[in-house]
Design a protein around this ligand. Sequence first.
Ligand code: AHM
Ligand code: MG
Length: 283
Amino acid sequence: MSGPVERVFDAAADAAPEIRGGLPERRAKAESENESGEVQLEADVWADDLLFDRIADIEGVNWYASEEREDVLTVGDADDGYAVALDPLDGSSNVKSNNPCGTVVGVYDQPLPAPGSSLVAAGFVLYGPTTTMVVARDGEATEYLVEADGRTDLGPVELPEEPTVYGFGGRVPDWTEAFEAFVRDVEDDLKLRYGGAMIADVNQVLVYGGAFGYPGLRSAPEGKLRAHFESMPVAYVVECAGGASSDGSGSLLDLDPDSVHERTPTFVGHRSVMDDLEAALSD
Ligand code: AHM
Ligand code: MG
């Protein structure tokens, strides 16, 4: 495989050591500048610029969109190319506390906004104790070790048989009654592990089994996560790895957002947990 889609993931893997290498100085700034949201913003924009430089030139990539840019950029000239949507530094508030962050990549075969069904590949880089990347395509997900000189295939990714962990975002008093009741049942069986970076929280679901979610809140019924940049790409990865996704009533891949920055309640993990969630929310 050496088409545009593969080259997008090569570019993300290529940028990863540089992104990782630039995080320590941004952590130092975040600490010295105390409560500054601007440093976080700077880290997000810096990662976005770095990825844009590597991805926009790929032949066959016609549109580039990111959480950090209001508009979709046209970067190619054919009409039938791919649109790449990125969350360049997911969980960037974790830079300050030295917790993991990620980069999320979705490749759509239509201009954005586009339905989840137009995703042809998705993946993410996880800046954890080691830098890894998961790429999903054609119903399979594969993990790679990412190093300065390239990526090494670590084998297929599949959810384990049994769910073990869960992590759901938002303040409990801001949860709806139905969602809170569902969580009370989940916590009878599963162990809470929530790290505040979607990619890290999703990756532990891939490894240990369980569920990650950011629900619709009383104060924000669509929740926090963005469909094109976060929710649909991770749903694609988890579904390729044998799991399921939900916006509370059906697969996230059935969404057809009206705007590029649209948000949606987001859940991924074991089919059984998604089924319980949908039953609880429909009551
Ligand atoms: P970001 O893209 O601005 O980093 O926001 C998304 C992040 C996700 O990684 C994570 O799941 C969520 O926000 C955490 O939010 P909270 O701090 O409310 O738990
Ligand atoms: Mg994010």
